[in-house]
Design a binder for this molecule. Sequence first.
Ligand SMILES: Cc1ncc(COP(=O)(O)O)c(C=O)c1O
Length: 386
Amino acid sequence: MIYLDHATTAHPRHPGVAEAMQSALHLAGSVGRGGHGGARAAGEIVSGCRRGLAQLLGVADESRMVLFPSSTLALSTVISDLCGAASSDSVLWIGALEHNAVWRPAVRALGEQRVRALPVDVGGQVDLDRLSRLDPGAVLGVVLQHASNVTGLIQPIEEVGAWCQQHSLPLVVDGAQSAGIVPLHLARCPGLVAFTMAGHKHLGGPPGVGPCYLAPGYEPEPLWIGGNGVDSALPTIPDGGPGRFESGTPNLPGIAGLEAALRDFDEHPVAARFEELVLLRGRWCEALRDVPGVELCGEHSAAPRTPVLALNLPGIDPEQVTAQLEATIGARCRAGLQCAPLAHRHIGTFDVGGTVRIALGPGSDDRQRDQVIEALGAIAAEGGHA
Ligand SMILES: Cc1ncc(COP(=O)(O)O)c(C=O)c1O
């Protein structure tokens, strides 16, 4: 099997992840529920996970790392909070390539007309020059993905954040496709109030944990509340601390698995992984450009990118291409709109059913590239009728 779907979820996971999950399942207790040995041990796992995330992301105070059940729930929480106090003429600005985890909650809160796209260039990267000339009058805030799950394009979040800070606007960043693969120092990003992540993607953990950094002073309204083991006599959720957003019994095996995955970054730092994978992406793109019948999509600018690339074989349904890639060489990659219709509209692939996405990661190499290129060449030559 050739795994080319690293933007969907990590594979293979470090063996320590399964081991840590297994041992968390055998713990007799849950975090914050009582003071006995099992509860204390569970609490240490959760603190270790917050600490590992804070270290990885350049955050001094680990209590600002909230462990949501997914990045989708983290985004829904902060977006509904940003839109909660909206007057009837206020608008939210989002990127042009946003995932449905941003677009749908924004549209539900405000309606399509009041969810506006930031000014961008042809590839979808925010145009800072045009942004600087905009009037932020009725803007509630900015929600921007850091890296595209369709083309890998990386947004200049620090520059957008500086503009937000200048106008006292909150910036929320969807880091699902960048955390664990793009070097990050969140404390240096101006204007940032929240940075949401998917623990099961490039961070290497299991599904079921969506870490989110909330900047000091930013206290959104939780989307759901209930028991969190703290101040149980109160009718309301207590203020302060990550537990405010973590009501309900936490997914301890998932958190333990993520904590174990984070330890791997000590040996393989993000900066080194990024450099290696960017070079690999460059070699894949170069070779793919020469394959007759293959068209790279969304590569309109020299913007930095994560190792995700989009391609099509014009005239052949992307779903059919991925099915044939799996049938012929055992390659697993994803076709279609990849939950990001806005991105496909922007790069012009919406009407052809999206793209074939190749998402490289640890384990991807040039030998796999040669196999994929040969298989794609054959599919293109046969017009998809193999
Ligand atoms: C850019 C982006 N944002 C958000 C998400 C949502 O992540 P999850 O499904 O883990 O909640 C994804 C998942 O593919 C994504 O690619």
